[in-house]
Every structure is written in structure tokens, then in C-alpha cells.
Design a protein around this ligand. Structure first.
Ligand code: PGA
Length: 250
């Protein structure tokens, strides 16, 4: 595992964008898993800047949506596919045909998850998964209790995820209770994994993820079992690492 301590959120965002820009520049058809949430927003902004300055080209690349709420219309204001379009894809002129996403309004969640797993197989091998971490240690919506080999599926959100996501939608009542996620097993097949972690609020869970016991109760601990993982975390997020005799990472 490669661990990069960024000075602050802006530095983290620039470094993450650079990783993706280098990949886009080195492969004709990279397949990239994209997250939503607050953490990657700076990376998307930096990538859009790089697209202008360094002429980073997105055409040819395939993008896969990491997670999505279930049982909402596709044009619902909470749709994470919509979030990704507004935050990045539209401004980068990435056509919808280059994006493999969940159909949030699908009537049968299990069938939709299987369709998505097959669609990911068709998109090709995942060259990089960009991930964030939830306050409860989730990766995508692989909530506590998720197995390391879990497939892409529909899940029930935990109360903590509902509380965290209320920040985006104004109230807990507005947060859908079910969601789709690429499984930990699906994500483990990526050639490379990039985990982004920012802010003091994430220090405790990053400590548990990097230095606690590997357990389904903290799904992010499974990242330690993968090859070719890069963590980019800012100084606030790494504040609790390297104590208690754990690995000194910065
Ligand atoms: P955040 O969400 O980037 O908004 O903190 C991360 C997550 O819950 O996976």
C-alpha cells in the first residue's frame, strides 16, 4: 500500500486528479470507477482544470458508477448518477454511453444488481477504482457487515449512513433507505485502488481502517488485503495514525 499525506484538501484533490490524468494519458481505453460524496469534488474540479491546461482527454475512457440510491426516479434530485453528471461528467463532455450506471428506478433490485455486475464485466477490467470512506468505514455502500468477496448488490443503509447522507439532502427523511453498491469483491478485481480521505472527522475511521483489525465491521479494512492500493489523505485525516505502535505512515 502506498500512503501519501497531502498538505490539505486542495493538495489531496490535485494529487488525486494527477493520478487519473496520468492514467488517462497512458491508456487508450481506461476503465475507471468514480465515487460521489464531498471528498472527490475537488478532484473533479482539478481534473476539469487539467483537461483545459494539459489537454487530458476523456474520450475512449469508460466510467463506472460506484453506488446509487435505489427506488428513486432516474431524474430524482437525489440521484447519484445526476450528482456525478453535474459535478463532473457534463463539464468534461463525457457522453452517457461511456458511463455504466445503476438504474435507480429498476423495479427489481436483485436483478438490477446482477445486470450491473454483468455490465461491468462487459466494460472490461477495472483499471482504477477511486473510493471514499464513510464515517462508519463503508466503501461505496458496502456497509459494516459486508464480506470481502461481496458482489454488486442492493443494500439497506445503516442509520449512520442515513445521518451522514442527510448532510447532502437536508434531512434524514429525504435519504433513501436502500442503495446499490459495487461489492467489495467486485472492487477487489480492480488493477489499482485510490482511496481519498480528508478532514479531522475522518481521522478516527481512517485509524480503524489502516491500523485496526481486519473485520467486516469496518469494510475499509479489506483494502489492506488488496494489491496496488494508494491512499491519499490530508494532514487532518492522518492525525491518529502511527500511534499505539501501529505503522508510521507519514
Ligand atoms: P464523503 O462521503 O466524501 O461525503 O465524506 C464518503 C462516503 O460516505 O463514502
Amino acid at each position: 500500500m502506498q500512503f501519501i499525506v497531502a498538505h490539505d484538501y486542495e493538495d489531496l484533490s490535485r494529487r488525486a486528479a494527477r493520478v487519473l490524468a496520468d492514467l488517462l494519458g497512458s491508456l487508450p481505453k481506461p476503465v475507471i470507477v468514480l465515487p460521489t460524496g464531498n471528498t472527490p469534488l475537488g478532484m473533479y474540479r482539478e481534473l476539469l482544470k487539467l483537461a483545459l491546461v494539459d489537454r487530458v482527454i476523456f474520450s475512449g475512457a469508460g466510467f463506472i458508477q460506484l453506488d446509487e440510491y435505489a427506488s428513486i426516479d432516474e431524474d430524482d434530485w437525489r440521484s447519484l448518477a445526476g450528482w456525478l453528471r453535474r459535478s463532473f461528467l457534463d463539464d468534461a463532455n463525457i457522453s452517457p454511453s461511456s458511463v455504466t450506471n445503476f438504474r435507480s428506478s429498476a423495479p427489481d433490485g436483485a436483478m438490477e444488481a446482477s445486470r450491473m455486475e454483468r455490465a461491468i464485466g462487459t466494460a472490461g477490467e477495472i483499471d482504477i477504482s477511486v473510493l471514499g470512506i464513510g464515517l462508519n468505514g463503508h466503501i461505496g455502500f458496502n456497509e459494516p457487515g459486508s464480506a470481502a468477496d461481496s458482489p454488486t448488490r442492493i443494500v439497506q443503509l445503516t442509520p449512520q449512513s442515513i445521518r451522514s447522507n442527510a448532510e447532502y439532502w437536508g434531512s434524514e427523511a429525504a435519504v433513501p433507505r436502500q442503495a446499490y453498491t459495487l461489492g467489495l469483491g467486485t472492487l477487489s478485481r480492480a488493477r489499482r485502488t485510490l482511496l481519498l480521505v480528508s478532514g479531522a472527522a475522518k481521522a478516527q475511521i481512517l485509524h480503524a481502517a489502516m491500523e485496526g483489525s481486519v473485520t467486516p465491521q469496518v469494510p475499509a479494512t479489506f483494502l489492506r488485503q488488496l494489491q496496488n492500493v494508494t491512499v491519499i489523505a490530508d494532514r487532518e485525516a492522518v492525525a491518529l495514525l502511527g500511534r499505539e505502535g501501529g505503522p508510521r505512515l507519514c
